[in-house]
Design a protein around this ligand. Sequence first.
Ligand code: ATP
Length: 435
Amino acid sequence: MPNPKNTLQPDSIRSQLKAKVSKSVWKLFETTATCADNLKMDVYLVGGCVRDFLLDAEALDWDIVVQGDGPELGEAIAAKLGFKIQKKSQFLTCAVVLENEDKLDIATTRSETYKHPAALPEVQKSSIDEDLFRRDFTINTLALKLNGENAFSLINKYDGLEDLNSGLIKILHSKSFLDDPTRAFRAIRYEKRFEFSLESETNQLLKEAIDAKVFDRLSGFRIFNELKRTLQEKRPVSYVQRYKEIGLLQCIHPNLFDPTSGTKLLNKIEKGLHHLKDTPEKWKVYFLGMLYSTPKKSRQPCLSRLDIKGKEASFFQESIESVDKTLIALDKTEDIDPIVIYEALHRLSDEAISLLIALAKTEGVKKAITSYNDYYRERAILKVNGGDLIKLGFSPGPTFQNILESLKKARLTENIQTKDDEIDWIQKKFNPEKS
Ligand code: ATP
């Protein structure tokens, strides 16, 4: 829910900001302001961080723009504080790398023009007002001046504050979605994250952009990037549902994600992920869930449309195939032997195991997967290695693999705890002279 700060006087903003950030970030802001003063440039905090500050939400990145020259200001800050600076390929942008390897991005105020719908923009230096106007939604156009006469005043040029107060996601001009259709995905992300609504004209223009098929001109890479960011949100299931409902997933592929079976599966994934010891890459698990609830024949076309290629594409395809095979293997037996469980699961990635947990239907299969995850997986980790086998007199070769695999299985069913236990077991079962 929106909770914008009541007191927006510069003094009050200054003290609230100081209370919110760590000492080192505050020092960085002060140094940034001094350096900008010296260089006669105006410098601002801008975008999502100002929005999140006003909402009292956690702001992870502090984005700075400077009316002047970003890299020049960055050099001055880095020199003063003894930090490194990283030049970026983006237009007049750099990052100051702090002691803890955190980065402060510094950009130069710029405006953008689009030669045709969905094209990458052409950029040129501009005033702060123009820089704010190129942004996606009014709530992201708020800025806080860090230096000079009006330091810590809020720049609210495009009524972002009013929309933040009313909980509205609103574009800045009617061509916004045509210029950059990724904004459609971003709109829904903010709508869901903050429980805001799309302002009515924005809603209408988003639908028109979908009908006009502007997404066909957008690269898969850019769409996938937005989808990934959505799947990295805390609870992304309702976001995906909304994408489907509004027709955005259909712009990727008409069959991507069956809303009925898919929502059930994603909800199970969400529930399961909160109980997991090992942390898989959560967005990958959700994406696997989306693909799983897509007809088989449409999966590869979905991956291709999103420019997912090579190893990454194989990861998703193979995970789904092996999850299906594993379900069949585990479904066959009632009381599942630890070795069967280990053999069925040990080649699966953490992400595939998370999908498997969500798909498991019988209690027996669920128990088998959780026992692997919570216990057998760790039990099968050996304390001896190839070097130990050489010391025991074995020669490197195929026997090594055989000994280590057999020992892993033995650890699952026998009382083998320490490295000495393992060595005893090897010496009893294998003879170096025969290796
Ligand atoms: P999040 O809170 O999800 O990290 P953010 O609001 O910080 O999001 P970023 O994607 O990190 O957003 O981008 C930073 C700022 O750049 C945004 O607040 C917005 O002002 C601007 N921006 C990002 N993407 C676009 C876009 N496609 N079109 C216009 N402005 C954009």
